[in-house]
Structures are given as structure tokens and as C-alpha cells.
Design a protein around this ligand. Structure first.
Ligand SMILES: Cc1cc2nc3c(=O)[nH]c(=O)nc-3n(C[C@H](O)[C@H](O)[C@H](O)COP(=O)(O)OP(=O)(O)OC[C@H]3O[C@@H](n4cnc5c(N)ncnc54)[C@H](O)[C@@H]3O)c2cc1C
Length: 397
């Protein structure tokens, strides 16, 4: 069997793996990227990823360096204000509303939001223009063998690839992480997230809103208008059983439930997509690296979708890898050790922060919900604390 040589093999062509392929190809490396699932690139198609991704400020230079941002920017909705609403009182209505405005800390919005299916469409189209990327949808990583000088990856299309660096971007059950014997610590919440799109009466005015009551946050993130109507992506976190019940409701009953949960803040919401269900966990790999291998994105870290952290942390992984990569020392122990040191503690800290926010949002007991509201008031009223929180959320120092 012939062996193909490449600089980098990326296992996983999700949004993180595709961005990594574009990033490393733009930096001059030869890249092969494999994924068993062909990317679904329209909203209507079966299996479309109906989540959206809010790219926060620090992710934009990474997308620019990968040559992707010019393609993505025309489809993005800016996020100028993050509004936190506590609706944890006796009746389901806002009792505390706090606006975190990006203009307090920056002359730019916090971030820009795009549908995930559209990200895949644009990323795959961009990869097709890069001569040094070999993107193989429909092909999976079958086995991995590493030694000091290379990683040898057997693929399901029968080929064997010798790479100086193997990047595991193959999701929360990462086959690469398993092949390398790297453990992962999991925290479970008994929660699921419903992700779907709505149109609404009242324009969102580039405000992203998180409403907290119990079970987890209900988050509305601005999208560009749909057929002339204001539109938002919603992530609705609930206990697993309740989320499943909501998903199975007939559309009119579901619309009534989501309108009650949104407290009417954008007027009447209308369902504009299917409802997809996502299990919620936190997970962190014991190490970000193995011999000739780097883990990134959900292969290395998973967390509840709060504060738009997940994929933004994945792009921070990619930024670190690109920064540390040199053609002559690619995939060598010093590079990988530096990557582990730069990312692992930061990832751990962020997961612990999001874990605490999620647990606070899940609270059902009225006493604890009142305490949560008091804390929100206190943190917001101190301007330095408020600004520090905003910067921390963006990943800025
Ligand atoms: C409801 C929800 C909303 C979210 N919203 C945001 C947000 O606004 N902002 C944000 O930053 N993050 C958000 N996230 C997190 C973000 O979506 C994830 O971090 C991101 O999608 C994970 O990307 P990934 O590429 O690591 O994983 P995946 O998308 O799971 O990709 C992994 C890929 O690996 C492939 N694979 C599996 N096995 C193999 C194999 N053997 N060989 C090769 N490939 C393989 C899979 O087919 C898959 O395509 C959200 C998450 C959820 C659940």
C-alpha cells in the first residue's frame, strides 16, 4: 500500500477542523482533512446543523489569517449588547434586566453571529480554492500509530498517511484522543439544549439576550433578517426530559411554550426551522497533546453553550498552534509541550467558569434564584467588575 506524506493530517471536518485546514494551508503547510460525514451545507437538508456560532472579537484575526472572514462577514449579524434577564420570580416575567454594551470596552461589537450550516458551506468552498488542502469528506480516521518522527494514520478509504503533525479535531468522542489513550474528565448536568431559528415582530437591534429562570438559559442570538423579517437563533437549555418533551410538542404548542419562556421580549416569536436537540456536558481532555499529536476543539474541551465560548476557544487553540508551528520543528515535542502549557490551564479555568454559570442558571429553588438575582445586580452595579467580566467573556486581558 502506498503511503502519502503530508505536513498535517486533520481528523475531523467540523467547523473547527475546516478552519484549521484553511489556517494551516494559508500558512503554507500541506494539509489533509478527513471526515466520515459529508458537510451539510443548506438549512433545509437532513442533518443540517441549525446552531449558530457567535464569533467573538479575538476569533476574527484567526478567520482572517485563514482567508475566511471576507467570505463570512457579509452573512454575519453583529452583537453589540449582551442582555442578561433574570425571570426567576414567582411569575415568568423579567424582574432584572442588565445590558452589557460592547461600547463600554471597545469600538467594535462583541462578536458576529452566523448559522453553522452556512459556515460549512463557505468553508468548504474556500478549501476548494487552496491547492495545498486535500479535503476528503466521506473518509474517516481508522487507526493511528505514532513514533518520534511521524504519525501514521490509516484511513477508511484504504490509504495510509504519514504526517509530521496529527490534529485531532474529531469531536467530543474523538477517535484520535482514544487511539492515543488520552483520558477525559466529564461533568454531566442531566440537561439538553434545543437549537432552532425564529422570526419575530420586534427587531433585535443587535442585542443578544439570555433569559434565566430554571433548567438553564434561554438565549436569543441575532441573525440577519429572513425574508424581510427580524430573525434570531435560539438555544433553550432544559432538563433532559423537559427538552425532549418540548421537542416532541406539535408546532403550535411549542410556539406557545417558547413565547412564554421568552417573556415576549421580541414580541411574538414564530418557529422558522426544525428543532434540534444537543446533549449538554462539560468535558476536558487530560492533556492537549500526545506524540506527534495535538487535540483541539471538542476533542479537547466541551462545555455548555453559555457566553459563546465553545468554538471561540477552539479558534484560540488554533491560534496557539499556528503561532507555535515552524516548518522545521512541526509536531516536535517542544512545540507540543508549549501548546499544552499555553492552553490547558486556560481551558480548565473557562470550563469551571461556564460550569458555575450553568449551575446557577439551572437553579429551581426560589431562595437560590433570588440569590442569583442579587449577585447579578451586585456585579453589574460595579463598573470595574462589569467591564472585567465583559473582557473575560471575550477572552481579552
Ligand atoms: C446548542 C449549542 C450552541 C452552541 N453555540 C455556540 C456559539 O454560539 N459560539 C461558540 O463558540 N460555540 C458554540 N457552541 C459550541 C460549538 O458548536 C462547538 O464547540 C463546535 O461545534 C464543535 O466543533 P468541533 O469541530 O470540535 O466538533 P464537531 O462539530 O462535533 O466536529 C467533529 C467532526 O469530527 C468528525 N469525526 C468523527 N469521527 C471521525 C473519524 N473517525 N475521523 C475523522 N473525523 C471524524 C465528525 O463527523 C464531525 O464532523 C454551541 C454548542 C451547542 C451544543
Amino acid at each position: 500500500m502506498t503511503r502519502i506524506r503530508t505536513d498535517i493530517l486533520i481528523s475531523g471536518g467540523g467547523v473547527a477542523g475546516l478552519t484549521a485546514a484553511a489556517g494551516f494551508a494559508s500558512a503554507g503547510y500541506d494539509v489533509i482533512c478527513v471526515d466520515p460525514a459529508p458537510p451539510v451545507t443548506s438549512a433545509e437538508a437532513e442533518g443540517a446543523d441549525l446552531r449558530s456560532t457567535a464569533f467573538l472579537q479575538p476569533s476574527i484575526p484567526v478567520l482572517q489569517a485563514a482567508g475566511l472572514w471576507d467570505r463570512l462577514a457579509p452573512h454575519a449579524a453583529p452583537l453589540q449588547v449582551m442582555r442578561i434577564i433574570d425571570a426567576g420570580g414567582a411569575v415568568e416575567e423579567p424582574r432584572i434586566v442588565k445590558d452589557f454594551d460592547a461600547s463600554d470596552i471597545s469600538d467594535q461589537p462583541f462578536g458576529w453571529n452566523l448559522p453553522n450550516w452556512l459556515l460549512r458551506r463557505e468553508m468548504v468552498a474556500h478549501l476548494a480554492t487552496l491547492p495545498n488542502v486535500d479535503f476528503r469528506p466521506g473518509t474517516a480516521t481508522r487507526s493511528v500509530l505514532t513514533r518520534e518522527s511521524e504519525a501514521v494514520i490509516s484511513l477508511t478509504d484504504g490509504s495510509r498517511v504519514s504526517a509530521r503533525l496529527l490534529i485531532g479535531a474529531d469531536g467530543r468522542n474523538s477517535p484520535v484522543r482514544e487511539a492515543l489513550g488520552i483520558g477525559a474528565r466529564v461533568m454531566r448536568y442531566g440537561q439538553k439544549a434545543l437549537a432552532f431559528t425564529v422570526t419575530h415582530e420586534v427587531p433585535h437591534r443587535n442585542v443578544s439576550t439570555e433569559i434565566h429562570r430554571s433548567g438553564g438559559p434561554f438565549t436569543l442570538v441575532p441573525l440577519p433578517d429572513r425574508d424581510g423579517q427580524p430573525a434570531s437563533a435560539i438555544v433553550w437549555m432544559e432538563t433532559g426530559a423537559e427538552a425532549q418533551r418540548l421537542q416532541a410538542l406539535p408546532a403550535p404548542a411549542f410556539e406557545a411554550a417558547m413565547n412564554a419562556r421568552s417573556c415576549g421580549i421580541l414580541g411574538l416569536l414564530r418557529l422558522a426551522s426544525r428543532r434540534t436537540l444537543w446533549p449538554i456536558i462539560s468535558q476536558i481532555a487530560e492533556r492537549m497533546t500526545g506524540e506527534r499529536t495535538a487535540l483541539m476543539a471538542e476533542a479537547a474541551h466541551v462545555m455548555p453553550p453559555i457566553g459563546a465560548q465553545g468554538l471561540n476557544m477552539s479558534l484560540a487553540d488554533l491560534a496557539a498552534l499556528l503561532d507555535l508551528a515552524r516548518p522545521e520543528t512541526l509536531g516536535e515535542p517542544a512545540m507540543l509541550e508549549a501548546y499544552h502549557r499555553r492552553r490547558h490551564l486556560e481551558v480548565q479555568a473557562r470550563i469551571m467558569g461556564i460550569d458555575a454559570l450553568n449551575r446557577a442558571s439551572m437553579l429551581g429553588d426560589p431562595v437560590w434564584r433570588d440569590l442569583r438575582a442579587t449577585m447579578l445586580n451586585a456585579m453589574y452595579s460595579l463598573a470595574p467588575v462589569r467591564k472585567t467580566l465583559m473582557k473575560a467573556g471575550l477572552g481579552l486581558r
